[in-house]
Write a protein that binds this ligand. Structure first.
Ligand code: GLC
Length: 479
């Protein structure tokens, strides 16, 4: 199958969150399946352009029309030996030479431009995909522009729109089509949501299929509590709305090989080697070098929906237990301040690093005993998968992808993968942590066994990539 993919970020070029990890691994996994040919489109952000790790060749430049204005499109391709996976960059310095990559007043225009440019580039390349897969609001207009402007060039191309996070939808004012996008006026209604324009809504009603990143989140999104206003449009898509749980790139996240780790390990050597990693990590973070204190960690954006409010609420009680707690991430000022102030009250036992540091994150996964993830909602979540793959036991709120991937530990049978709580409140979160502490202190062999079982779980992209292909086959009718 010929598959084109588009996203606003992909590691290792540029990444602000889980979407970047997915767009690094999924195109690669799909391109390895027989008979597939994959290309991925990304904006040519200034930081990618200036990074001399990436050798790109210039292919062409032309202009596209955005309502009344002409916009420059430069098309570059990453030089690569991978025949079945091509990575293309769309160049326009006015739109993409920005730092940070999101959060500008004209984000709507920037990504509307990108969505149009991707189709124009496919047309130039004469790559007629059987299917275009697009991701989140930044590329949500691709199915819409395909219908409104490019149908003649791509008469048979189908589209799948994947939701990684429903909270960010791409809102714009009601004149957006007239002012910026420039599709025929009949598309005003496709874009309209209330008295504004909404990119995500337009994709949900236009794409041939919609998907999200876990089965439970797909169910949850049909309820107003989770859907941020999208439940009704999603319910109408029920027959063509899929949930496919993400994987992780196990060549990037590999405790046996990662260059970020002082000590490598496999399930066999985990007990001793993790202890060494823990000691090093305690040293790096300025925690007491105490091998007996279970080390709980969080690597996360410090945002409300990640459950940081629950953590702040239980923190003093949690720190009355014999534990250590380390948090790495950046985010909302209220949480950065609250956590920093809490850490200051527990020197040597609790630490907060306000940083986005993938190397340190890797050492946290390797050196910790347990990983906390109390997200209020979680489309899929990758951290719990990385944690399990590193033999670090997850303690999670049973929601979205967390519910699908972290099965509760059953002390009688030894089955399960971690500790979970059902209802979103601090007491239940604490109770789940206490259950994990009980196992850590009372039955260390069972704890180690649980960690080893977690390491054996297949969290790679192999099986999710198959599921994507099954969905793509249904959508295109190609077998
Ligand atoms: C978003 C979601 C996260 C998901 C990731 C990749 O960041 O919040 O749950 O794992 O996208 O799909």
């Amino acid at each position: 199958m010929k598959i084109a993919m588009a996203a606003s970020e992909a590691a290792p070029f540029v990444k602000t969150g889980g979407l970047g990890d997915v767009m690094q691994a999924l195109p690669e996994a799909l391109s390895k399946l027989p008979d597939n040919e994959v290309c991925l489109f990304l904006p040519y952000y200034g930081q990618i352009k200036r990074d001399n790790r990436w050798d790109c060749e210039f292919l062409t430049s032309f202009a596209i029309q955005l309502a009344w204005r002409q916009c420059h499109v430069g098309l570059f391709r990453l030089k690569s030996k991978k025949k079945k996976l091509q990575i293309y960059f769309v160049d326009n310095e006015q739109y993409f030479d920005r730092n940070p990559i999101y959060g500008h007043l004209d984000d709507g225009e920037r990504f509307a431009y990108f969505s149009k440019a991707v189709l124009a580039c496919l047309n130039y390349l004469d790559f007629r995909p059987d299917l275009i897969q697009c991701n989140d609001w930044q590329t949500a207009l691709i199915p819409v522009v395909l219908h409104g402007e490019f149908r003649g060039s791509f008469p048979y191309t189908k589209t799948v729109f994947t939701i990684h996070n429903i909270e960010y939808q791409g809102w714009a004012n009601s004149n957006f089509n007239y002012d910026v996008l420039g599709l025929p006026p009949s598309f005003n209604e496709t874009l309209r949501y209330g008295d504004a324009s909404n990119f995500m809504k337009a994709a949900i009603v236009t794409a041939d299929a919609v998907s999200t990143v876990s089965e439970t989140y797909a169910r949850e999104l049909q309820y107003p509590y989770y859907s941020h206003g999208m439940s009704e449009v999603l319910i109408q898509r029920a027959g063509t709305f899929y949930g496919i749980t993400n994987g992780i790139d196990t060549t990037v996240f590999d405790p046996a090989k990662s260059p970020n780790l002082p000590f490598h390990y496999t399930a066999k050597t985990m007990v001793e080697e993790k202890a060494k990693n823990k000691e090093k990590l305690q040293e790096e973070l300025g925690l007491n070098k105490d091998p007996s204190a279970p080390l709980y960690v969080i690597v996360s954006r410090l945002a409300g929906h990640k459950g940081i409010d629950l953590l702040c609420y239980i923190c003093h009680t949690l720190m009355s237990r014999p534990v250590q707690l380390a948090i790495v991430g950046t985010g909302e000022a209220q949480y950065e301040q609250a956590l920093s102030s809490l850490a200051w009250q527990y020197p040597g036992r609790m630490v907060v690093r306000l940083a986005f540091d993938p190397g340190l994150a890797d050492r946290m996964y390797a050196g910790a005993d347990a990983y906390l993830m109390p997200s209020r909602s979680e489309p899929c979540g990758l951290s719990q998968l990385i944690a399990m793959h590193y033999g670090t036991i997850p303690v999670v709120h049973a929601t979205g992808g967390l519910q699908d991937t972290v099965w509760p530990y059953n002390p009688t049978t030894g089955e399960g993968r971690g500790f979970t709580f059902q209802s979103y409140n601090g007491e239940d979160f604490l109770a789940a942590i206490d259950r994990s502490l009980g196992l850590y202190y009372d039955d260390r062999p069972a704890w180690n066994k649980l960690a080893q079982n977690d390491m054996a779980v297949d969290v790679s992209w192999q099986s999710p990539a198959q599921s994507y292909m099954e969905m793509f086959k249904k959508v295109t009718g190609i077998s």
